[in-house]
Design a protein around this ligand. Structure first.
Ligand SMILES: Nc1ncnc2c1ncn2[C@@H]1O[C@H](COP(=O)(O)OP(=O)(O)OP(=O)(O)O)[C@@H](O)[C@H]1O
Ligand SMILES: [Mg+2]
Length: 362
């Protein structure tokens, strides 16, 4: 008989991005957590726009092809949503028990969440309580029901069963915290740069202090190249990725070639816009006196691979910027996987890994 309430040994994380579907399967053993399967494929253009699924069929097709290719039969999956339909806020509420908050959460949330309460699902986490001040810090998360239902329908249509539905930003945090020892003196901004959405999550001592999604990402680079160099989307995308690869190889940021020079100028213009957007969010975060200064930035997501971006942001933001390696503590069998390739796509896998690491609702 299967054990009741036992945690699953094998877990799957599925990250459905606007550009790429990423799938990671992990095995939880006594020796540690082992990579079992990893797969990634491109979603056809315009099927998902700014995180909203416009056309379900091609996305289902990509997911099913990945499952087939990796020979995955277990339908249990952890997934996540992100974007404008999701809001996360840390708020102060009068002290009350978890049960009382459960009862009154919709009423309490109304003053902080700019959505109609009838249209959203609310979740919360009590972060800390201050008995003397008779208040507590609570993390509120609100997601539009429509967004949530569309996502659940998509998972169902792919023949899968949702075990946990999370937020991209929290999956990134989970992957980060699993791989690194706690850093009590560091306030970390985790920035997940996707194709059209960038998730920002500022954490301290494993507690999110500020979480926001901005609608900017790798697509901004591609679209700028497309417009300035009169290319189609795929040509621009290829040029962008090749530029990152080639420049990384030769480790030069300005080539002698005129075309590469133009590409570089266009990419740097978007880097500037991106760094301004991030700066605005940081200013907003810092505007609350309570908030401690951000001391480190950690990038993940596909656009984190843009050549020179971490160096550029280090200069502009005035803090150390590094690229996340969500596979650091995960056991990888060298006979089964091409380690070099897996490491090269590791930042892109962050959300899927953070999701697969969850073995159940804590
Ligand atoms: N080597 C590279 N250099 C530059 N950009 C890259 C590279 N590899 C991937 N990207 C970009 O990363 C983006 C895809 O990243 P990711 O998979 O994290 O996004 P997504 O999850 O599909 O989108 P979103 O989260 O915004 O819905 C694309 O814009 C792609 O062009
Ligand atoms: Mg993404």
């Amino acid at each position: 008989m299967p054990k009741l309430f036992s945690k699953p040994e094998i877990t799957m994380g599925l990250d459905i991005g606007s550009r790429l579907v990423k799938l990671v399967q992990l095995r939880h053993t006594n020796k540690g957590i082992e990579l079992m399967n990893v797969g990634m494929d491109t979603i056809p253009d315009e099927a998902i726009v700014d995180g909203t699924v416009m056309d379900i069929a091609p996305v289902v097709k990509v997911i099913q092809a990945l499952l087939k290719q990796l020979n995955i039969k277990n339908p249990d999956v952890n997934t996540a949503i992100a974007g404008k339909a999701v809001i996360v806020k840390k708020v102060k509420l009068p002290y009350m028990s978890r049960e009382e908050l459960n009862e009154s959460i919709r009423w309490e949330a109304e003053q902080f969440i700019p959505f109609d309460m009838d249209d959203v699902n609310i979740d919360f986490q009590i972060l800390s309580t201050n008995v003397e001040m008779k208040n507590m810090d609570v993390l509120l998360a609100a997601a539009k029901k429509e967004k949530l239902n569309n996502h659940l329908n998509l998972i169902r249509a792919a023949g899968l069963k949702t075990i946990i539905i999370d937020l991209d930003a929290f999956a990134v945090e989970n992957a980060y915290e699993f791989n690194l020892a706690p850093e009590p003196d560091t306030v970390i901004a985790l920035i997940n740069l996707g194709c059209s959405i960038t998730n920002i999550n500022v954490i301290h001592n494993e507690i999110p202090l500020f979480t926001r999604d901005i609608t900017m990402g790798g697509n901004n680079f591609t679209k700028a190249l497309q417009k300035e160099l009169l290319l189609n989307f795929d040509e621009a995308e290829n040029i962008k990725i090749n530029f990152s690869r080639e420049s990384a190889k030769s480790n030069t940021d300005l080539s002698s070639n005129t075309f590469d020079k133009d590409v570089h100028i266009i990419i740097e213009k978007i880097m500037e816009e991106l760094s301004m957007e991030i700066s605005h969010s940081f200013e907003y975060y810092h505007s609350s006196q309570e908030n401690k200064k951000i001391t480190k930035v950690v990038l993940s997501g596909g656009a984190a691979k843009t050549f020179n971006l971490s160096e550029y942001l280090t200069k502009k933001l005035g803090v150390k910027v590094e690229i996340n390696n969500p596979l650091k503590k995960i056991i990888i069998n060298e006979n089964k996987f091409d380690i070099k390739y897996i490491q090269s796509i590791a930042p892109i896998l962050t959300v899927a890994i953070g999701l697969a690491l969850r073995q159940g609702i804590e």
